[in-house]
Ligand binder design. Structure first.
Ligand SMILES: Nc1ncnc2c1ncn2[C@@H]1O[C@H](COP(=O)(O)OP(=O)(O)OP(=O)(O)O)[C@@H](O)[C@H]1O
Ligand SMILES: [Mg+2]
Length: 360
């Protein structure tokens, strides 16, 4: 079962549209899919043709009640061939308060436990998250092995994405499992220069962590949602259907550990090397490193240690890199900075300076 969260705290970037239509495309290719609607707005539930107000039970019962996590199967609704839905409702917004007294671990592992206890095994579980980093989002990430971040090419701000990547990095530390993070450009209008440039920036920033597929602007996607249907059922030849079919294909072709598998198979590529960088500071409490080598997820795939050196502390970061040129920054107590000991920097795709590392 591949469990994939669709996450971005920014509203309106295409999370729900991606959840529902990716599920549609995967099911069309023969996969069995469960859509989990973790957003109290219940947009994914509505877009799959279900009126949340008419249901007597929804995810709230599963996530909030004692013993509820064994009951996920009970609330599932079959919405289309090979697609089941775990529906949401506005009451989900009360979950945070309801579970306030519980320990962090117990609160955030509800969905993971519910999926584990479920007797049916799906090929894919796709989780729609609310536009907030909340308990619901933590539950989703904790249950997932993969994350897709939809990025709007019509309005893109790097700061929001950096914040999100930091959150994911801190969370993976805490839950002790790794997440494969990929970004998907959405709401693309190739007629505008801004969108073309933003798409280029996103590709340069995330390299192979960016899907090759791009979701174009397509009014049929909006119409399909209003009719409670996935795009492949509503308008099979629309651009929206073609674009999500192509994301599904990419996803099916790349299991979560695809990067390691690729590296192992590729006898042509030179051996990766261990590269050590150091950051010295007297005041910093937490120092991480992020760059195009780890998809800008702070400290992902990095071995880290701290030593005292007089009044200063020295953070040692061991990176495993193939020969090439990389861009990176340090995140010092949440603030993104260039490497003060590295004189070489370059304006990154978004204009802010990045430090440059040559490995040969
Ligand atoms: N590729 C697209 N072409 C045209 N309209 C789109 C496209 N993707 C999404 N939309 C529309 O944009 C709006 C926002 O999309 P969506 O609901 O998927 O975003 P979201 O990230 O889930 O929003 P929220 O943060 O509120 O949950 C919706 O009306 C949706 O129908
Ligand atoms: Mg949504």
């Amino acid at each position: 079962m591949r469990v994939i969260s669709i996450v971005n705290q920014k509203g309106g970037c295409g999370k729900t549209t991606t959840t529902v239509n990716l599920a549609g495309a995967l099911a069309r290719d023969g996969a069995s899919v469960l859509v989990v609607d973790m957003d109290p707005q219940a947009h994914a539930t509505l877009a799959l043709g279900i009126d949340p107000d008419e249901l007597s039970e929804n995810l709230y019962e599963v996530l909030a009640e004692p013993g509820g996590t064994d009951q996920l199967s009970r609330i599932l609704i079959n919405v289309a061939e090979r697609i089941d839905l775990a529906p949401s409702s506005i009451v989900l917004s009360a979950l945070e308060q309801k579970l306030a007294a519980e320990r962090h671990n117990a609160r955030t592992e509800r969905l993971a436990s519910a999926l584990d206890a479920m007797p049916t095994r799906y090929d894919f579980v796709v989780i729609d998250c609310p536009p907030a980093v909340s308990l619901l989002t933590f539950n989703a990430l904790r249950a997932s092995s993969e994350v897709i971040i939809p990025l709007e090419t019509s309005f893109f701000a790097i700061d929001g994405v950096q914040k999100l990547l930091e959150t994911i990095a801190l969370l993976t530390d805490r839950i002790g499992h790794d997440l494969t993070v990929r970004v998907l450009p959405t709401l693309y209008d190739g007629r505008t220069r801004y969108a073309r440039q933003t798409l280029g920036d996103i590709r340069e920033l995330f390299k192979d962590l960016c899907f090759d597929s791009v979701i174009r602007m397509n009014v049929k996607l909006r119409e399909a949602a209003r009719h409670g249907k996935t795009i492949d059922r509503y308008a099979a030849s629309a651009n929206g259907a073609l674009d999500y079919a192509s994301v599904a294909m990419e996803l099916a072709a790349s299991p979560p550990d695809f990067r390691q598998a690729d590296a192992a198979d590729d006898t042509q590529s030179p051996e990766p090397l261990e590269v050590v960088v150091r950051f010295r500071d007297e005041a910093a409490g937490d120092v991480r490193i992020a760059g195009d080598f780890n998809g800008w997820v702070p400290d992902k795939g990095v071995r880290s240690s701290i030593e005292a050196e007089g009044p200063a502390r020295v953070w040692t970061k061991v990176l495993t890199l193939s020969p090439g040129t990389y861009q990176y920054r340090y995140i010092v107590d949440g603030e993104w900075r260039v490497d003060p000991e590295n004189p070489e920097s370059t304006p990154g795709p978004m204009g802010q300076p990045n430090s440059v590392l040559h490995v040969s």
